[in-house]
Ligand binder design. Structure first.
Ligand SMILES: [Zn+2]
Length: 508
């Protein structure tokens, strides 16, 4: 009897240990962790009673373009605050931050004078300068975008010329390195007395049929020289003339205005407070600011209205998550992630309570992948969640890092900056261009993206176990170096870790 009991007890203990070990190895999905009833309700609200497209229509047609620091950007901030309040979020507020300089687009006109005579379609790149008031008339010569070292060394030849950026041969550097060095080239060309530069973001040529794409040319960087993007069609013809040895003369008049000093902006913030751990929080974000050649419907009206529609679906579900979900519409993203960087600074004392953020910023297509921003430790936790979403959409998970949107400051803070990667083949045409309009967005895809964003946020905030805590800086720095992100972050002035994470030098 004694032996039998002992054996039974031992057996029970062993099986309990086995169950525990099994639990640790196999993360629970919504069907096991208690989140399923809420997710079912949120999915219903998000798809059957979605307000996402209605929000996007308002943002596109009542606010329109909203370049950070401009009056229309302030209008978008007020609109975001009003929406969050109407949805029923709590602690709704504008969190002010200051941008180094404001910029307003004026006219951009160009005309080919020789060897043919016709108008050229151009638009100014953001935070770039102006020609003299009556414009300039000059010969166009090319600079090889793929050998900026050489072009900077011989920059004197651009004096009194309009420079056309044209890639020749094989690039010696990656895209990000070229992007960063293009800024150095622009400063050198300006000092050398060049009149203007034709080249898009990173100096690259425009995509699409008769489109120009504006954008910033460095993180929080401005340039005194006028820089314009020209349509692919017009630029291609100039390139052919120049390759054939013909003289190309262009008249150009570009007028932009910089503010006299710093300008104010604000992130728009609202919350669903957690029912058990309100101090712990997960951020759902997207950037509210846009460029100004159209309505900014796909960059990033879709992301902003997904954030709002996600909040709406969760509030209407009647379920409250264990932890707080904080909804943030960032501004200044287009000038170098300025709003999300400001957020991290302003909330520094709270960062230990953050679980991460999820961001949607790749236009109009359906979500196809959760990219966990280097946090490979979280991949197993997502597997059962993805299985739970399988009847809504097949979504992959990876630990890829997206440093070109508001995920990056969270990744740098050691948290999972979760990027919702999208299948958006048309985005290369719509982003920063005159085609960035409501016409490009399908209501069903938008509602479904917003619903997936809502379910992701709720699941992360509500699952019994805390998904993630910030890594120490050393660990984050090492991960980013191993993932090959150091050079780019350094080039854009975003590397905050100094020598941290570098391999100790080995001596033989
Ligand atoms: Zn964007």
């Amino acid at each position: 009897m004694k032996n039998y009991l002992l054996g039974l007890l031992l057996g029970l203990t062993l099986s309990a240990i086995a169950v525990q070990a099994n639990d640790a190895a196999k993360p629970k999905g919504p069907d096991e962790d208690g989140t399923l009833p809420a997710l079912v309700k949120i999915a219903g609200e998000g798809t059957m009673d979605s307000h996402a497209f209605e929000y996007l229509t308002e943002l596109s047609d009542e606010v329109g373009a909203r370049v950070t620091g401009t009056p229309s950007a302030q209008k978008s901030i007020d609109w975001g605050l009003a929406k969050m309040k109407a949805i029923g979020l709590q602690n709704v507020r504008a969190e002010k931050w200051t941008m180094w300089k404001g910029w307003t687009r004026g006219k951009a006109e160009a005309e080919l004078l020789e060897p043919l005579h016709h108008p050229l379609a151009i638009d100014a790149m953001g935070w770039t300068g102006s020609t003299p008031a009556n414009g300039v008339e000059a010969e166009v010569i090319t600079a090889n975008l793929f050998d900026l070292d050489e072009e900077i060394r011989t920059v004197g030849k651009f004096r009194g010329k309009i420079v056309l950026m044209s890639p020749k041969g094989n690039p010696k550097k990656g895209f990000d390195a070229i992007f960063a060095q293009f800024g150095d080239f622009l400063r050198a060309a300006h000092r050398a007395g060049a009149f203007a530069v034709i080249g898009g973001q990173g100096g690259f040529k425009a995509e699409g049929m008769h489109l120009t794409h504006t954008g910033i040319l460095g993180f929080a960087a401005d340039f005194a020289i006028p820089v314009v993007d020209m349509t692919r069609e017009d630029q291609g013809q100039l390139e052919r003339f120049l390759e054939a040895g013909k003289t190309v003369r262009v008249r150009m008049n570009v007028q932009n205005t910089f503010s006299n000093g710093p300008v104010d902006s604000a992130n728009v913030v609202g919350e669903i407070p957690g029912r058990e751990h309100p101090e712990e929080l997960f951020v759902v974000g997207a950037h509210l600011d846009s460029w100004d050649l159209s309505e900014g419907a796909t960059d990033n009206g879709t992301g902003s209205t997904s954030v709002l529609a996600a909040a709406d679906a969760i509030v209407k579900s009647g379920f409250r998550p264990r932890r707080t979900i904080r909804f943030v519409l960032f501004t200044g993203e287009e000038q170098g992630l300025l709003g999300s960087l400001a957020y991290i600074k302003q909330h520094e004392s709270e960062m230990k309570n953050h679980l991460g953020d999820v961001v949607l910023d790749l236009g109009q297509g359906p979500i196809k992948e959760f990219q966990l921003g280097g946090r490979s430790d979280l991949l197993p936790a997502f597997e059962p969640f993805l299985r739970a979403l399988a009847n809504i959409r097949e979504i992959q998970v990876s630990d890829k890092i997206e440093i070109e949107t508001d995920t990056a400051p969270f990744t740098l803070a050691g948290l999972p900056g979760i990027n919702l990667d999208q299948d958006s083949p048309d985005y290369k045409y719509t982003y920063h261009s005159a085609a960035d309009a409501l016409e490009a967005v399908k209501p069903d895809v938008l509602a479904q993206n917003a619903t997936i964003m809502a379910m992701t946020a709720f699941w992360i905030a509500d699952r019994p176990e805390r998904l993630a805590s910030p890594w120490p800086a050393e660990k984050t720095a090492r991960m980013l170096r191993e993932k090959g992100e150091y050079d780019t972050l350094k080039a854009f002035g975003l590397w905050p870790f100094g020598d941290l994470g570098a391999e100790p030098s080995t001596t033989n």
